[in-house]
Design a protein around this ligand. Sequence first.
Ligand SMILES: [Fe+2]
Ligand SMILES: [Fe+2]
Length: 192
Amino acid sequence: MPVFQIAPANEITVKNLLTAFESESNAHAKYSVYAERADSDGLHRAASLLRAIAHSEQIHAYNHACVIRKLGGDPEAQLQTVEVKTTLENLTAALGDEAYEIDSMYPRFLVENRRTDNSAARTLTWALEAEKTHARLLGEVIMQMEAGGADPPTDTSVKFYVRPVCGYVSRTPEPERCWACDRFCARFEAIR
Ligand SMILES: [Fe+2]
Ligand SMILES: [Fe+2]
């Protein structure tokens, strides 16, 4: 990944943000394809969730890119070919990716961040907290499907709500201050 005009003190943070940007960009692309597969399987509820999470990942990628540019970097992502399996397998793979980001990638990047202003810490923390909502909602739909709760002939799309600042995803438009980004979000993006 190319790195331009970056102060030595920011090199690790920019390198990590570039890795996170690539991960978020690939997650956006992958979940969008998974959503199409879920729709074609008649699993529209899972498709709605995957679309909402895909949008959230795009927000994370955008937030990371803004900080990368601010620190003199050039956000570029190599998009991988998406391997599409059954929707249950795709959801399980997505949950594994979320777990990696929650348990390993973002905590390490936060520890390694040495920036004294809070822009890098903020975008990393917002993504970390939003990934937890992704993992929780993916886990719920996987459990429903494994228990036989997803009935393709009657499974319908549902709205999920995405906070446009941090990418927090919820089933309802929660009006209170967002605990993930500590901002008031009067507006949510409803994704179906
Ligand atoms: Fe993300
Ligand atoms: Fe995520």
